[in-house]
Write a protein that binds this ligand. Structure first.
Ligand SMILES: Cc1ncc(COP(=O)(O)O)c(C=O)c1O
Length: 408
């Protein structure tokens, strides 16, 4: 009854770990939810109000998205980037994930995926029937590919089209790509298209975000949305910024949008205008500051001669590597950690690592972000006492994990 193409696909592991954690909790077990990555913060009040005020909006909206929203996004982005985006360069989708899926469906060529990369890229590429080229990365390069590694793949067959997925700040590594300019030079040289997944871009801990689109805007599709910076994952609003040079891609995504989801929910689109027109820098700065100190706390308290970690640079995640030989796979290791300590992690194999590499993704968002935000003043330095007060499960979970790592 099922197509061979889909038979081996499983539910996305990030959503699955959420359900497993909930089930164990319902059985009375204390679970440290470091598996699922979701913003711990509430949607800013002015945007929530806008959604309430627009609950009556009941018409289907244009398939590419509401023009006022596309205008607001184009203006917001052009002020930050080296390209003059117009409303026509913006496509609104029900989450950026759906737009990426449509991109896989329409693209004809090979998909270059750095490992590690986000869990959904590979299954979506399979559904799009394109060949995947996995590019293993190393800790010393911040877990990003070098330009020559990308070039090597392209040189094997220059006649093909290539689409590179680049996600910085990265899920799962929490690292920022610092060789964008050299990757951009490869894109220009070989007509490589880049999907720049910038969903965590507002959450760079240093504050200044560099996009590959600053170096090769004409080759870059920017993918982002409300989910991470605005605490609105469940609202399902994402968008692509497609430059004029890739207009064919934009037009075809529009066609597929019109034949699948039609248009994103109208009240959400009206509310999202305020997300891009109003100034939310205070909210974003506070989110960034909290995530940065909590991430740093986890890093400082977990790293040891048995646990290797790169210091987190943005987003919600870091990626510990446990130096032990007791397990056959990272997923066996994560099961054991969950059973022994109640700490839920995702195995590195879900992100493209060899299952023998004892790597896991740790999401440090198991705390009430609103209480944390309300509990600190604008320019206050956040010390470890505050982390104990506002993120006690993170502190406890890290302690359990540290003890576990010492015991094996
Ligand atoms: C790297 C990455 N890209 C894209 C997404 C999907 O975002 P959206 O909610 O816009 O579909 C996520 C969400 O988990 C993510 O981690």
């Amino acid at each position: 009854m099922l197509k061979n193409l889909v038979k081996n696909l499983k539910p996305s592991s990030t959503l699955l770990i959420n359900e497993t954690s909930r089930r164990l909790e319902a059985q009375g077990k204390k679970i440290y939810k470091f598996g699922f990555g979701q913003s711990p913060f509430k949607v800013p009040e002015n945007i929530v109000k806008e959604l309430k005020d627009n609950a009556h909006q009941n018409k289907y909206l244009p398939m590419q998205g509401l023009s006022e929203l596309r205008n607001a996004i184009a203006k917001y982005t052009s002020e930050k980037k080296n390209y003059d985006y117009k409303s026509d360069n913006v496509i609104i989708g029900p989450g950026s994930k759906e737009l990426m899926f449509l991109l896989h469906v329409i693209f004809d060529g090979e998909i270059i995926l750095p490992a590690p990369s986000w869990v959904s890229y590979a299954p979506q590429a399979i559904l799009g029937r394109n060949k995947i080229q996995i590019l293993q990365t190393i800790r010393e390069n911040n877990w990003f590919p070098t330009a020559s590694e990308i070039e090597e793949i392209i040189l094997k067959d220059q006649k093909k089209n290539y689409l590179l997925f680049l996600n910085s700040p990265n899920n799962p590594s929490g690292q920022i790509c610092d060789n964008l300019e050299e990757i951009a030079s490869i894109a220009k040289k070989y007509n490589l298209i880049i999907l720049s997944d910038e969903i965590y871009s507002e959450l760079c801990f240093e504050g200044v975000y560099q996009s590959i689109s600053n170096f090769c805007p004409e080759k870059t599709i920017i993918s982002t949305g409300l989910s991470k910076w605005c605490g609105a994952g469940g609202w399902r609003l994402g968008y692509f910024l497609v430059p004029d040079s890739l207009i064919e891609i934009k037009n075809m995504i529009n066609v597929l949008a019109s034949e699948t989801f039609s248009a994103v929910s109208a009240p959400i689109q009206y509310a999202a205008i305020k997300a891009y027109e109003n100034d939310h820098s205070n909210y974003i700065n506070k989110s960034r500051k909290i995530l940065s100190v909590v991430g740093n706390y986890v890093y400082e308290n977990l790293k040891s001669n048995k646990v290797l970690i790169n210091k987190p640079q943005g987003g919600f995640y870091l990626m510990p590597e446990f130096l032990n030989k007791r397990f056959n796979s990272s997923s066996e290791m994560c099961d054991s950690i969950l059973n022994d300590t109640g700490v839920a992690l995702l195995p590195g194999s879900d992100f493209g690592f060899d299952k023998k590499q004892m790597i896991a993704r740790l999401s440090f968002t198991d705390f009430n972000g609103q209480k944390f935000m309300d509990g600190i003043k604008d320019n206050e330095k956040i010390d470890y006492d505050k982390i104990n007060e506002f993120a006690p499960k993170v502190v406890e979970g890290v302690d359990k994990l540290k003890k576990w790592s010492e015991s094996i």
